[in-house]
Design a protein. Structure first.
Lengths: 271, 287
């Protein structure tokens, strides 16, 4: 079982250039794979293709093979895709249904549409709200949330579907540092509790350093670097690829460049 | 970075004053609970705080998008309550957190023209402003693209350009670095530095503590609709302020934490940390 992309090329409808060229990627249940890269490197497109949203929903032309658990995504209907793979858009505000009166209903919306019995819908909604620490928002109007609150509600709505795979496009971009930590911890817990596999696009490489097993660096629609998280995030080529290394890596580099040797004491201080 | 202050004349920035400003949304959410704050002309101020702490609500009071339930907002000592939004727009430019709530035109150039056009700018001056603003955010050459063919990060830069083109003496940026890669963040930092060099007031709402520490000279921490901390980055990110900072759901940047652990004092940025390490109190030669 896995999401598996093999030599995937993808072009948006009407676009003259390929958004993805020759991508190979594997995401297994229980695994967290981080995706980084410069603006317009193809990160969001990768999310759409890995979840089957492209080309099934947004059109465009896919070459190569994109499979979820051995089935080509092009052969699955949208509701079948949704049951296997949860997708969180980069702009969370566009994800909210705008048809619900409360955050609780918003988070229940997905599981309801899966036709689950009401007690399970309720149980899942509370579980998802708790997972991202927003139980106190349950009665609020989804249209009247701050940017960060809206992002947490959108994430909870995806979690409530309990998909085997979660594709998250910058889930912490509008969150405060504590909210970012909360989401990172929640994702680790979701993987432990549900065995989900997570593909996460994230500019905050500090987050990936903490939660990712592997990191893939994209450049112009292709994989430029890939490997275990820690060494990939410390790779000196990262900056050239438009990616900010984690704060710890930057600080160590700055210290060494100034001529001060990197000691255990310094390593301890940045832990 | 080259600062082109001379070629960009901007009228003098006004002083800004919030006087015990309170605001509640129609659903009863109390977003601001008596904020008093004075910002001098030309200051570069970061507004930070927990999600939902009232940051965006506060800055939307600056150009009249929201009006206080009680209290006053003053520009150069004058209450802005009777001033129409269109007049305020000439003085205070606001780049939204979510670009899709701001962008509407079918062409990048039309999007950037809209603001200055409404201020009565025409012809060569208008063309020059559009060109300059797009260049500043790194979107030169994309003038004829459709905004919705751009990725999120570029739409966000476009929203910034459309505000820059108005050349308002006050620039308010709501989460300008979100969704940006390393180069995009550097562009935003350049925009802020250039605006500051031109004598404009810059107010940036941000969760990016590195951006805040490196770019802003003053940091205002919001908590539950009130001002919890207000000072220079070295003070706000200094060890003494950490309990208050954490209560506001914030974390000091790593150089500040590492500096405190090593007894180097207030090292809010990497540059200050490295300098302190190399200074008399540093560990150079002792490790």
């Amino acid at each position: 079982m896995a999401i598996e992309l093999s030599t995937v090329r993808y072009r948006y409808a009407g676009a003259s250039v390929l958004a993805l060229q020759s991508i190979d990627l594997r995401l297994e249940p229980g695994q967290v794979v981080g995706v980084v890269g410069a603006n317009e490197a193809g990160k969001s497109t990768l999310c759409l293709v890995a979840s089957g949203f492209a080309p099934r929903v947004v059109g465009g032309r896919l070459e190569g093979s994109a499979q979820i658990d051995g089935v080509e995504t092009t052969a699955l209907r949208p509701h079948e895709l949704a049951q296997r793979c949860g997708l969180l858009f980069q702009n969370a505000a566009t994800q909210l249904s705008t048809t619900t009166a409360s955050v609780f209903e918003e988070v229940s919306f997905g599981p309801c549409n899966l036709g689950l019995p009401v007690p399970e819908v309720v149980e899942r909604a509370w579980w998802a709200l708790r997972a991202v620490g927003i139980e106190e928002l349950a009665a609020r109007d989804p249209a009247r949330l701050s940017g960060g609150e809206g992002q947490l509600v959108a994430l909870a709505s995806v979690l409530a579907l309990r998909p085997r795979y979660l594709i998250l496009d910058e889930p912490t971009s509008e969150l405060d540092p504590a909210g970012t930590r909360l989401v990172a911890d929640a994702l680790v817990r979701v993987v432990a509790e549900t065995g989900a596999g997570i593909l996460i696009v994230e500019h905050k490489t500090d987050v990936l350093e903490r939660i990712a097993d592997r990191v893939v660096v994209l450049e112009r629609g292709a994989v430029a670097l890939a490997g275990e998280a820690a060494p990939t995030l410390a790779d000196p080529r990262l900056a050239e690829l438009g990616v900010e290394p984690p704060a710890r890596v930057r600080l160590e580099r700055g210290v060494r460049a100034s001529g001060v040797p990197w000691s255990d004491r310094l390593a301890e201080a940045v832990r | 970075m080259r600062l082109r202050a001379s070629s960009r004349s901007v009228a003098g920035a006004p002083s800004i004053e919030f006087e015990a400003v309170s605001f509640a949304y129609p659903d009863g959410t109390q977003a601001l609970a008596g904020v008093s704050l004075r910002i001098e002309p030309g200051e570069v101020v970061a507004i930070v705080g927990q999600n939902g702490s009232g940051k965006s609500t506060l800055v939307r009071h600056l150009n009249g998008l929201l009006r206080p339930v009680s209290g006053r907002v003053l520009l150069d000592g004058a209450d802005i309550r009777p001033v129409h939004v269109a007049r305020l727009a000439a003085r205070v430019g606001l780049a939204f957190q979510n670009p899709d709530r701001q962008l509407f035109a079918g062409r990048v150039s039309a999007e950037v023209e809209f603001g200055p056009c409404n201020l009565g700018i025409r012809g060569m001056e208008l063309a020059e402003r559009v060109r300059g603003a797009l260049e500043d955010v790194g979107l030169a050459g994309m003038a004829s693209a459709n905004p919705y063919d751009l990725g999120y990060s570029r739409r966000k830069l476009l929203a910034l350009a459309s505000v820059l083109a108005m050349r308002t003496p006050v620039l308010v940026l709501d989460e300008p670095t979100t969704g940006q890669d390393a180069r995009g963040v550097a562009r935003v930092q350049d925009v802020v530095a250039r605006a500051a060099a031109e004598g404009r007031t810059v107010i940036a709402v941000s969760h990016d503590m590195r951006f805040v520490a490196e770019c802003c000279r003053r940091v205002v921490v919001m908590r539950a609709g009130r001002v919890a901390l207000d000072g220079a980055p070295s003070a706000v990110f200094g060890e003494a302020a950490w309990p208050e900072l954490r209560a506001a759901h914030l974390e000091p940047p790593l150089p500040a934490v590492a500096g405190a652990r090593l007894g180097l004092g207030a090292t809010a940025t990497e540059a200050v940390f490295v300098a302190a390490l190399n200074g008399p109190g540093g560990t150079r030669g002792r490790t």
